[in-house]
Ligand binder design. Structure first.
Ligand SMILES: [Zn+2]
Length: 142
């Protein structure tokens, strides 16, 4: 996969993150407005039952249950202290190619980690079911 294609780097840009906040429940007179959420690296990833899920495009940390007084930047730092994006001192547009390359490498670690964890969970669930089946069969054959 070409890790520098447009789709892959799209969410590094504030405007693209901001566009995801359709239907976001907090708009005025609060800290977690779409602008502040997008500034803090979050994209809006709602599901049917949870309209207020937001995920950092970089470290993939998902947070829900937002309150109007929650400060997206502070929440991000406290829930995902190892996120390189929220710790950035410069704007993405101001990074050198080398800095961007290093950042992208760190991002891929988060992506790989998450997909590995998901695969392990899936496997463990399947193993549990299979084990229950085996026990059931064994008990039936006694
Ligand atoms: Zn993050």
């Amino acid at each position: 996969m070409d890790s520098y294609n447009e789709e892959n780097i799209k969410m590094y840009f504030f405007e693209n993150r901001l566009k995801t906040y359709e239907g976001w429940p907090f708009d005025e007179d609060c800290k977690c407005t779409p602008e502040n959420m997008a500034k803090a690296g979050f994209i809006h990833t709602p599901s049917e039952n949870s309209p207020d899920i937001a995920m950092c495009f970089f470290c993939l940390k998902e947070l829900e249950g937002w309150e109007p007084e929650d400060d997206p930047e502070k929440e991000h730092k406290s829930h995902s202290p190892s996120c390189h994006f929220i710790a950035l001192k410069k704007k993405v547009e101001e990074l050198t190619v080398e800095e961007f390359y290093r950042l992208q490498k760190e991002r891929h670690k988060f992506i790989n980690n998450k997909s590995c964890n998901e695969a392990v969970t899936k496997f463990e669930e399947a193993a549990k079911l299979r084990r229950a089946d085996i026990i059931k069969t064994a008990m039936g054959e006694e």
